[in-house]
Design a protein. Structure first.
Lengths: 330, 328
């Protein structure tokens, strides 16, 4: 079995790949998957070495192409495992290695073909795969759904990963939550502060607060402050869209206050009240913009009611004017 | 690199390999293959041609130095194009010719950047997105190599292009992430980011406000999204306004007026255009009994709105921008 090489000077991916190719050749010929662990070891090593090699290439000003080559090799390994018979349970591990490579390279569109093989080919029964591979698989495919803004599916996959993840593995749980929380926020589910603290995800704390309070300025500040981080892991766009939910919360609060003061007229909110409230919160928006936001809230089913343009009044439905998002994203 | 001697323009051993590659490449979709994608390393020469005006002739063999213009002539050629009053097709043709001469001589400096920037700007003004994209990718490469130019202006255009004309969220994320501190303070970039914010939350009022006061050529990029935004807006209004919404109001907030007006009473121009647009998209209009003003019957309209075929679509309603103008 190849042993991990110590960090001594330049690693030798080409020769490692030759070794890997030779091993793969033999592996294909063996009927039983007795050498699966070794095959996985080869796959993992090739990826790690390629990453290291690319880093060194970049530092010496050359073009980093080793990781891409590693990806091609692993596709061949996948091909050897995607066959009828006992070897196929090892395929998900290799799939996950490929995901890691594609995510690192930014070529996530390449994930599609492997996913198709796993999910539609008759060779695979998803339940047969080892749990840890399933968790990793769901984590990555869940992340892909976040990119595509399919929040309901993303929720399913990331939640699966969360539920089946080893509870001792805090760093893995943290990784899953990093993406699950924005998804949950999009469908109106807020995490408790204790959860954020436990997993050191406090970059979301202010965002959650802004949703609870209806504080638009706080949301914008939070997005600004953590912009680089949030852009890098790709959740920025998702969180940006929470803006409308923050407005909704604000309107709800105004409605509650009006209900206490004058219950009979509570379902009618004057546009000027909204504008003044926003001004008071430090947000200067003109009448047209506020009216537009109200229209958007109604259009996206965040508020039930209508807007009367002539009288400049937001008229809320008397029954359930602020319907629960019910897991449906905005 | 000194010019490779040759007899009567015939290919010598150094250029033969490159030429065969050229011929192989020019099979298929030759028209859209950018001049820059061909391997010119083996064909680099120094030009001697002195013509300031030169049509674009796609090279199919080794270039004769007598037909290629040196840098100083190309500078004059660029200036000529910039100040020319002729139409876009002419300028595009001239610029492609300049680009080819630069590429063949492997000139990759500030002049090259200026040429691409000029062509990109003309392309944007003409709505030629594909030419713009070609230039943008060259500019990204050249800026990346440290060559000076209007990189902030073009990073704004790049942002707008990614956010409005592609559905690729990852590209958008990486474009936003790669903005430097300096870029985020630039007015054109800030405007582009504000447009993103408006599009993200469906804020059509903000979109058209930004459209009206767009710096640089941001409005040209927004132009191509106007139709879609208007349709989204009208769908939104049809669902959320009851019983009606005045056409004057729609004219004002959806950018049909040339001048920014704050009050509906002042809306004069654009009213007819708006009415025509609304009808073309299935909106049902009624006349208010008391004021005599034209209104959209929102409830009825919400069931009848549709996006017409591109032929009928009135994007900015400027019928005077006929294609024939370009061919004059």
């Amino acid at each position: 079995t190849p042993t991990p090489s110590a960090a001594s000077g330049t690693p030798t991916p080409p020769s490692r790949r030759l070794l890997g190719s030779a091993f793969l050749q033999e592996f294909r010929n063996w009927e039983t998957p007795w050498a699966m662990e070794a095959m996985h070891m080869v796959a993992l090593e090739i990826r790690l070495l390629a990453e290291k090699a690319d880093r060194e290439l970049v530092m010496s000003g050359k073009n980093p192409d080793k990781l891409q080559a590693a990806g091609s090799f692993l596709m061949k390994v996948f091909g050897a495992l995607a066959v009828k018979g006992p070897k196929r349970v090892g395929a998900l591990y290799v799939t996950c290695q490929l995901f890691k490579i594609y995510f690192r390279l930014g070529t996530v569109n390449l994930c599609r073909s492997v996913i198709r093989s796993i999910e539609t080919a008759r060779n695979f029964d998803f339940e047969d795969f080892p749990v840890k591979d399933k968790v990793t698989y769901m984590y990555y495919t869940g992340r892909l759904e976040v990119f595509n803004e399919n929040f309901l599916v993303a929720d399913q996959k990331l939640t699966y990963a969360l539920m089946h993840c080893n509870p001792q593995s805090e760093s893995n749980l943290r990784k899953i939550l990093k993406f699950l929380i924005p998804v949950k926020l999009s469908i109106g589910v807020l995490p408790r502060r204790t959860l954020l603290e436990k997993y050191n995800l406090l970059e979301y704390a202010d965002i959650v607060t802004s949703l609870r309070r209806g504080d638009l300025r706080l949301l914008k500040q939070a997005l600004d402050r953590h912009e680089d981080q949030l852009l890098k892991c790709g959740v920025y766009l998702v969180l940006e869209k929470l803006e409308l939910q923050v407005y909704r919360r604000l309107v709800k609060k105004i409605h509650i206050i009006q209900r206490e003061k004058e219950p009979s007229k509570a379902h009618q909110i004057k546009l000027e009240v909204l504008v003044k409230t926003l001004q008071w919160l430090g947000i200067t928006m003109d009448v047209d913009e506020v009216e537009c936001i109200m229209a958007c809230l109604i259009y996206k089913n965040l508020i039930k009611g209508y807007f009367a343009h002539k009288s400049k009044v937001l008229v809320l439905s008397k029954q359930d004017p602020f319907p629960k998002l019910n897991g449906k994203p905005v | 690199m000194s010019s490779i001697p040759h007899k009567n323009g015939a290919a010598n051993v150094y250029t033969r390999g490159a030429i065969s590659m050229l011929n192989n490449r020019s099979n298929g979709d030759g028209a859209s293959l950018a001049v820059e994608d061909i391997d010119w390393d083996a064909l680099t020469i120094k030009g001697t041609c002195q013509e300031i005006e030169k049509r674009y002739l796609r090279l199919t063999s080794a270039p004769d130095p007598a037909t290629v213009r040196p840098e100083d002539v190309l500078e004059k050629a660029l200036h000529m194009v910039e100040t020319s009053e002729k139409n876009y097709l002419y300028k595009c043709d001239q610029l492609k010719s300049i680009r080819q001469d630069l590429t063949v001589q492997r000139i990759q400096n500030e002049l090259t950047v200026k040429v691409y920037e000029t062509h990109a700007r003309f392309a944007l003004q003409a709505g030629d997105l594909s030419e713009y994209n070609q230039c943008q990718s060259q500019l990204t490469r050249l800026y990346g190599e440290g060559i000076a130019g209007c990189h902030l202006e073009f990073s704004a255009y790049n942002l707008l292009c990614v956010m409005l004309h592609s559905n690729n969220k990852r590209d958008l994320l990486s474009s936003m992430a790669s903005l430097s501190k300096e870029a985020r303070l630039d007015e054109t970039v800030k405007h582009a980011l504000a447009v993103h914010s408006a599009v993200s939350s469906g804020n059509y009022v903000m979109f058209f406000k930004l459209y009206k006061k767009a710096p640089g050529l941001n409005s040209c990029l927004m132009d191509l999204y106007v139709e879609r935004m208007r349709f989204e807006a009208i769908k939104c209004m049809s669902k959320s306004y009851r019983p009606t919404v005045p056409v004057r109001y729609v004219t004002r907030v959806l950018g049909f007026t040339r001048v920014d007006v704050l009050c509906e009473a002042n809306v004069a121009d654009g009213l007819e255009e708006c009415e025509e647009w609304l009808k073309a998209h299935g909106a049902v209009l009624t006349v208010d009994e008391n004021s005599g003003e034209l209104q959209i019957d929102t409830k009825v309209s919400s069931a009848s709105l549709y996006m017409p075929e591109p032929d009928n679509a009135v994007s900015h309603g400027d019928a005077s921008l006929a294609v024939d103008d370009f061919l004059a």
